[in-house]
Design a protein around this ligand. Structure first.
Ligand code: SF4
Length: 474
């Protein structure tokens, strides 16, 4: 997927004016948040599980080399082929080579964020393969020629009405001429169309939610069962996964699984949890003849030794996106690459570089909600601040923001001057606002006032109020 993260300000301006996007996001997000709250409320041991999951991942990351080697050994013993890819280019080439050797023409794909990260679809289509996405959300955005906008709900930006129009355009020639906007009918239509694709696919590609070191297994968690059809029906199954997906044992896996669906969709468990260990054995009724696992580094081992190591605990549940006011206002496409929302605002600059994505860490109100809801206790706000520091030190901000920060820093280091300027600004702004009490427009605050009035200061600086309240308390 081509990145437009460096055009973030332009992307945001377009997103906030998109009424369809607001409608779609509004409908979907409320459900995610409410369902998660209910699911966690019904699980008294949630915090204990969260602490245990944190410890499992921290232990694994501290011994990542050991567990990856164990995974490779066990997977190979079970008959799988394990491939190591340092970069997206290497990962793409490995997958294409497997497809070439299998003489493949058609590939079915389950949802894989690593697949998006390495722009796998573009590479496969450029080499003449027919690629069919089988996750419903991924299928919808493949038809509409768009990238995903959410890590667990790729088509969350689309309304049912838009999907109905899309299906009529693409499915009419297959006999589905009547437009529908009913979710069950849309789902069964997609299911009918995709069923035959599974049967003629030569290669099935899935991601992996987890890799279990003790058995060399890959695990996917879905609600549609499409992943199971992608990994059992074709002759060849390829898994693409980041190296941080490994966990030591099935017991560790069960701890984290209890958090994943609750945090993502509010379910106790997703409908399907599928474990793949090696290719089809002699007595098996189905399964692929070949099983390949492509393990991608792409900057992860660098993160392991630095201040962003915590990010490697991420299980891609999407809870931080669902609770982020910025994501809920602009949707995922505005972030310009595979990973949106708070986790994306950390990951994208780390994977693509600050030059490409330095705007993203600033897309945060620092309300801390993302860290509160993160099942893996990832300190996203701290990491966003660290990236802002890096942006500032590298001089990557706009001239206006650099000037504003330099002026603020000059005054903040001189408390008397700072307090005098604050009082002067308060008085002047209060006087200018007059009886209206707000500004419909203000120089340097055009972004704020383009969508709402800016309230005028309330006659007292923060420091003055603090002294007054603290004084009363003595
Ligand atoms: S950062 Fe936390 S909340 Fe966000 S996707 Fe990752 S695990 Fe889920």
């Amino acid at each position: 997927m081509h990145s437009t993260s460096n055009q973030f300000p332009t992307n945001v301006r377009e997103a906030v004016l998109d009424d369809q996007l607001r409608l779609a996001l509004g409908r979907a997000q409320t459900g995610f948040v409410t369902n998660r709250t209910n699911a966690i409320g019904a699980l008294p041991e949630f915090e204990a599980l969260r602490a245990a999951a944190h410890d499992v991942k921290e232990h694994t990351l501290a011994h990542l080399d050991f567990y990856l080697e164990l995974f490779e050994h066990q997977a190979t013993e079970a008959g799988a082929h394990v491939h190591w890819a340092a970069t997206p280019e290497e990962a793409r080439e490995i997958v294409l080579d497997i497809c070439r050797k299998a003489d493949a023409r058609t590939v079915t794909k389950g949802k894989s964020m690593v697949g998006e990260e390495i722009a796998l679809n573009d590479a496969m289509e450029a080499s003449g393969l027919e690629v069919i996405e089988t996750d419903l959300g991924e299928y919808i955005i493949q038809l509409s020629g768009e990238p995903p906008s959410h890590i667990i709900a790729p088509a969350i930006h689309k309304t049912r009405e838009e999907i109905g129009d899309l299906f009529v355009r693409h499915h009419a020639e297959l006999g589905f001429e009547e437009r529908t906007t009913e979710a069950p009918e849309l789902v069964s239509q997609a299911r009918a169309v995709l069923r035959s694709e599974f049967q003629r696919a030569d290669v099935g590609i899935t991601g992996a939610n987890f890799l279990v070191a003790e058995t060399g297994s890959s695990v996917i968690v879905t609600n549609e069962g499409n992943g199971d059809l992608s990994n059992t029906l074709p002759r060849v199954h390829i898994v693409t996964a980041g190296i941080e997906k490994v966990v030591p044992s099935f017991e560790d896996l069960s701890t984290i699984l209890r958090l994943l669906a609750r945090s993502a969709t509010g379910q106790e468990m997703s409908a399907y949890t599928t474990v793949s260990t090696g290719p089809r054995r002699q007595d098996d009724q189905d399964g692929p003849a070949e099983f390949h696992i492509v393990l991608l580094d792409n900057g992860r081992s660098t993160m392991l030794g630095g201040e962003f190591r915590d990010m490697l605990r991420c299980i891609r549940c999407g809870a931080c996106l669902n609770h982020c006011p910025v994501y809920n206002s602009i949707g995922g496409h505005a972030y310009g690459w595979v990973y949106p929302g708070p986790m994306g605002s950390v990951l994208t600059p780390l994977l693509l570089g600050l030059d490409e994505a330095h705007h993203l860490p600033n897309a945060c109100t620092m309300n801390g909600r993302c860290e509160q809801v993160c099942p893996m206790s990832i300190p996203l706000p701290r990491m966003l601040r660290a990236l802002r520091n890096r942006e500032f030190k590298r001089g990557l901000g706009t001239h206006r923001s650099k000037l504003a920060l330099a002026l603020w820093s000059f005054a903040a280091r001189r408390p008397k001057l700072y307090h005098a300027l604050s009082r002067l600004a308060m008085t002047t702004l209060g006087w200018l606002a007059g009886e209206r009490g707000a500004f419909p427009w203000l120089p340097l605050a055009g972004g704020w006032t383009s969508a709402r009035d800016l309230p005028a200061p309330e006659g007292e600086t923060f420091q003055a109020r603090w002294r007054r309240i603290a004084g009363k308390g003595r």
